[in-house]
Design a protein around this ligand. Sequence first.
Ligand SMILES: Cc1cc2nc3c(=O)[nH]c(=O)nc-3n(C[C@H](O)[C@H](O)[C@H](O)COP(=O)(O)OP(=O)(O)OC[C@H]3O[C@@H](n4cnc5c(N)ncnc54)[C@H](O)[C@@H]3O)c2cc1C
Length: 223
Amino acid sequence: MKVELINHTEHPVEAIERAASTCYDSQPSGEGRIMRHCYRSGHHSVLEFADFTFRISGVSRALTHQLVRHRMASYAQRSQRYCREDGFDYVTPASVAKDEQAQKTYTEAIRAIKEAYAGLLRSGIPAEDARMLLPNACCTEICVKMNLRELIHFCNERLCSCAQWEIRAVAREMVREVVAVAPELKEFLVPKCEAHAPYSFCTESRSRSCGRHPLLADVIREP
Ligand SMILES: Cc1cc2nc3c(=O)[nH]c(=O)nc-3n(C[C@H](O)[C@H](O)[C@H](O)COP(=O)(O)OP(=O)(O)OC[C@H]3O[C@@H](n4cnc5c(N)ncnc54)[C@H](O)[C@@H]3O)c2cc1C
């Protein structure tokens, strides 16, 4: 898996604060004070003034299917209609890799799919039809642009331990890339249980909760 931040608003905090300052007849604070105030007070539309574009490669189609459910982002993905996928790379989950028999079954199934896919192409079947055989594990590449508001929402959902391991790993890498250019944003790019820090709480059920923070049901008493 590779996650690269390939483009971003040059000074994201300043861009957000400049937009917010229009509303308040103020000046950008320069160090995120106004941005933090907007975030905490629910004035989240100003967070849309900073954009981040990532190139994500070496991930599965299973991952990108989850990613593209986030509708407030822009995407460009490697096409299985226009690109031939013979010899495709694939993702192997750790649960499979650590089990010798499972790994053998997995590898054999992938090999069979590769042979069948290549055979269909050789016999003149168009790539857009042959791709029906390709597995969720097939590696792909995708570009995604999110504004900060969507990136925060994405992190809230996908850094949670209830999210699937591959999209959590991608979310962590996206955060790492963004924080490298804008360290002030780190406090916002957190799982949803920490979105209201220091009042951290978990909205998942007891059986799904990772236990890092108290359950909402345990901190809020029913009237
Ligand atoms: C742990 C986990 C498990 C999941 N399991 C499943 C599953 O089993 N099956 C499944 O189908 N999906 C599943 N999903 C995907 C989930 O249902 C959402 O499609 C996905 O997380 C995108 O989130 P979103 O719709 O909140 O936000 P986005 O599409 O990223 O949009 C951001 C926000 O914009 C607003 N918004 C966007 N579009 C609209 C709209 N049309 N109307 C009003 N407001 C809008 C909402 O406030 C939304 O939260 C899962 C997600 C997670 C995190």
